[in-house]
Design a protein around this ligand. Structure first.
Ligand code: GP9
Ligand code: MN
Length: 401
């Protein structure tokens, strides 16, 4: 009921206030926010070479001119991309089974489009797949999006599509005219698609050679990531020198892992070592870059997760959340040594320790350590996951608004 949700709201407010006031607060005030979802893109592809060729040459360069977060983790569960979208827009945890996009769209949400609407932002999502995939059309209405550019808004042919839909390069090219027509300021979300399991690519889109493990899936992954990188480059090259670039900030992040545990033998060959439970946790890192034109790059080592994205964006815009909103995240631009990233299965990670399968590991050595290094976080992790579930199952945000 309402007292329950008020209690949760006061917990998260306290959490968000502890730490230093960041130097970046409001630095991007009034700018458009363009978020690019990097499909299935894991952190280990950054700065990696296959046969002497970079897998992500453009992102490697862009991160030097961006705020770059090398300790950022995905927190998705079965809802995959839709979980990443849900977490970004709502700063709540995903459900342990299924997707909120499918199961709970009748809820009252105070999502990012609604928070930004109060600052006169227009919100749109762009995606080259069918509008009903992941029940997006319905979920987006519930979150307050003004417009969804989906497959029907693009020219999709046999030649320019592969796997789930429009190829990324075409997707960005066809999106730019729409983007330039959006009322400013806007929040625009681009969901890339080509780097999706099972990582299919036409021969002409292959920019690097594959590694040669005995798993084609793992080998192909590097070539589709390389293609995605090329698509991001195309996008930036086309908008640079235009108002779109000058008036916007860009948030690029990986939605979830691309290589599942069943392929770890082959992946280990590419990485050059066997994959331990501690390594598995580190493999849940995904890239996060925030590019603010005109601003110098900086590496920000805070340990964080997708749940922190919304607070980070709002921090940069200098916008505080509406009264009815409630975020489990905390701006990554705030220094706080006590951060933790909670995962749906109850595992978690901090700047020094990871708790995996009831075992505590020291991240630096990868060795098992005494439980009491991890135990200070047990109750907060469980409480956040439970409280988030309570909010979703009880539709509790309606009591705050
Ligand atoms: C499909 C795309 C991929 O539209 O979002 O979904 P995923 O399988 O990654 O959840
Ligand atoms: Mn995805």
């Amino acid at each position: 009921d309402s007292s329950e949700v008020e209690e949760i709201a006061s917990y998260v407010k306290k959490k968000q206030k502890s730490g230093t006031v960041p130097e970046y607060h409001g630095i991007a005030s009034g700018k458009n926010v363009i978020v690019i979802f990097l499909e299935s893109t894991q952190g280990f592809v950054m700065d990696r070479e296959i046969d002497g060729q970079e897998v992500t040459p453009y992102l490697n360069q862009l991160k030097k001119e961006s705020l770059y977060f090398p300790n950022f983790y995905h927190q998705t569960a079965q809802g995959k991309t839709s979980d990443a979208e849900f977490i970004l827009d709502n700063s709540l945890y995903p459900l342990s089974g299924g997707s909120v996009f499918v199961r709970k769209t009748n809820n009252h949400f105070v999502s990012l489009p609604k928070i930004l609407k109060e600052q006169n932002y227009y919100s749109a999502s762009f995606h080259g797949n069918d509008a009903f995939f992941w029940n997006r059309k319905v979920a987006y209405e519930s979150f307050g999006y003004d417009r969804f550019f989906s497959k029907e808004d693009f020219e999709v042919t046999e030649e320019n599509s592969i796997n789930y839909g429009l190829k990324d390069i075409e997707f960005f090219q066809q999106s730019i005219p729409y983007l330039s027509e959006l009322p400013e300021p806007y929040y625009a979300k681009f969901l890339t698609l080509t780097n999706h399991f099972p990582y299919l690519l036409d021969p002409e889109d292959r920019w690097i050679s594959e590694p040669d493990t005995d798993q084609g899936m793992v080998n192909r992954y590097f070539t589709t990531v390389r293609y995605e990188d090329e698509a991001i480059k195309t996008f930036f090259n086309e908008i640079k020198g235009s108002e779109i670039y000058d008036n916007s900030i860009f948030v690029l992040f990986g939605d979830h892992y691309g290589i599942s545990k069943s392929y770890y033998d082959a992946l280990g060959k590419v990485l050059g070592h066997e994959i331990s439970p501690n390594d598995d946790m580190e493999l849940q890192k995904v890239p996060l870059l925030i590019h603010i034109p005109g601003m110098e790059g900086k590496e920000i080592t805070a340990v964080g997760g997708q749940i922190d994205l919304r607070a980070t964006i709002l921090d940069l815009l200098g916008v505080s959340e509406s009264d009815g909103a409630l975020s489990f995240g905390k701006s990554l631009l705030m220094e706080d040594p006590n951060r933790f990233v909670a995962f749906r299965d109850g595992s978690f990670t901090t700047n020094q320790y990871s708790y995996i399968d009831h075992t505590c590991y020291a991240k630096e050595t990868g060795k098992k350590v005494k439980r009491n290094y991890c135990s200070p976080y047990f109750s907060a992790v469980q409480q956040e996951l439970n409280d988030s579930d309570k909010i979703i199952y009880g539709d509790l945000l309606r009591f705050l608004d």
